[in-house]
Design a protein around this ligand. Structure first.
Ligand SMILES: C[S@@+](CC[C@H](N)C(=O)[O-])C[C@H]1O[C@@H](n2cnc3c(N)ncnc32)[C@H](O)[C@@H]1O
Length: 321
């Protein structure tokens, strides 16, 4: 059987330089200690994220999916047929399925840092949509990307769901969007999911599900360090913490060390005082207008925004100016 997808690694040389060792050592050495969220996503991390999406407390996925389901026709009308669809952080390539029949893109490129997961997800997509020209590329979207012109085409639509934009600090989000702006031709589309500011109890419940899946996802980072680097780190000596920081309008995820401990990674020694944390992720929450202002500074103008009835989540269609 012919391959249902085409995998493009060679065109993304940066993707091989995704240096877990250097960035983890740098993060543990910084004060306060922190690590980039992209390292959550090995295969196990990607699988855990899919389980998070199914938790009753985790409203973002089901809300964004219901918005996309309802808005698919309008999205397709704005984008027009035959777009080259480029999904950033495509993960399971699940949400895009809600758009494909209406949108009828000419091609799909899934970009993700989690290589094995990306490959199996895009293979499934290619098998389920034989009319679609499916491509995959393992790359780090926090680095400047150089997409070959053939992917961009004349009529590109970048799709960035999951409120992954919230994982960037606002200044970095602007830089990321500016890079995306520079990749797209004038008039190119951006369909982006953005989580909205809301009651702190709803937010905190979403990141502290009762089944403990988000905790396992957070702790998976430490298992990964143990498995892939030379380290005596003991995940059982850390605890998941997630809370809303109102001053910064963000959920913060941490791994807290309740007791003093010393651990080693690649020959370096790191001390934790009691209660000290490793800051593993931020998830910024925006108002509709706040996000439009940010994207506007990066060169995108609003075309249309959809939200759910409870105004939990937003999906913006924006145009590259
Ligand atoms: C929050 S999940 C969202 C997954 C999916 N798009 C969704 O909306 O359900 C973030 C996705 O982005 C990928 N990712 C995270 N950081 C990345 C990076 N720096 N470069 C490329 N992909 C990244 C992860 O592997 C994961 O699939």
């Amino acid at each position: 059987m012919a391959l249902a997808i085409r995998f493009h690694d060679e065109q993304f040389p940066d993707s091989e330089e995704n240096d877990l060792r250097a960035e983890i050592l740098q993060g543990f050495a910084s004060a306060p200690k922190r690590t980039p969220p992209k390292f959550f996503y090995d295969r196990r991390g990607s699988e855990l994220f899919e389980q998070i999406c199914l938790q009753p407390e985790y409203y973002p996925t089901r809300t964004e999916e219901s918005i996309l389901r309802e808005a698919a026709g309008e999205i397709a009308e704005i984008a027009g047929p035959g777009a080259s669809l480029i999904e950033l952080g495509s993960g399971a390539s699940r949400k895009v399925r809600l758009l494909l029949e209406a949108l009828r893109p000419s091609s799909y490129l899934g970009i993700d840092i989690s290589r094995d997961f990306l490959l199996s997800s895009t293979h499934r997509l290619g098998a389920d949509y034989p009319w679609l020209d499916v491509h995959a590329a393992c790359a780090d979207f926090t680095r400047p990307m150089h997409l070959p012109g053939s992917f961009i085409g004349e009529h590109p639509l970048a799709f960035f769901p999951g409120s992954s934009i919230g994982n960037f600090d606002p200044k970095d989000a602007e830089v990321f969007l500016r890079n995306l702006h520079d990749l797209l031709p004038a008039g190119g589309g951006l369909l982006i999911g953005v989580d909205l500011v809301k009651d702190k109890r709803i937010l905190e419940a979403a990141y502290n599900d009762r089944a403990g899946v988000t905790a396992a996802f957070n702790l998976n980072l430490l298992w990964r360090i143990r498995d892939e680097l030379d380290s005596d780190i003991q995940p059982s000596r850390f605890a998941h913490r997630a809370f809303f920081n109102e001053a910064h309008s963000r959920i913060e995820m941490h791994l807290a060390s309740p007791r003093a401990q010393t651990l080693r990674i690649e020959g370096e020694r790191y001390d934790f005082i009691p209660g000290e944390t490793l800051h593993t992720e931020n998830s910024y929450k925006y108002s509709r207008e706040g996000f439009q202002r940010l994207a506007g500074r990066a060169g995108f103008e609003p075309v249309r925004v959809w939200t759910d009835e409870k105004e939990l989540f937003s999906v913006h269609y924006m145009r590259r100016v």
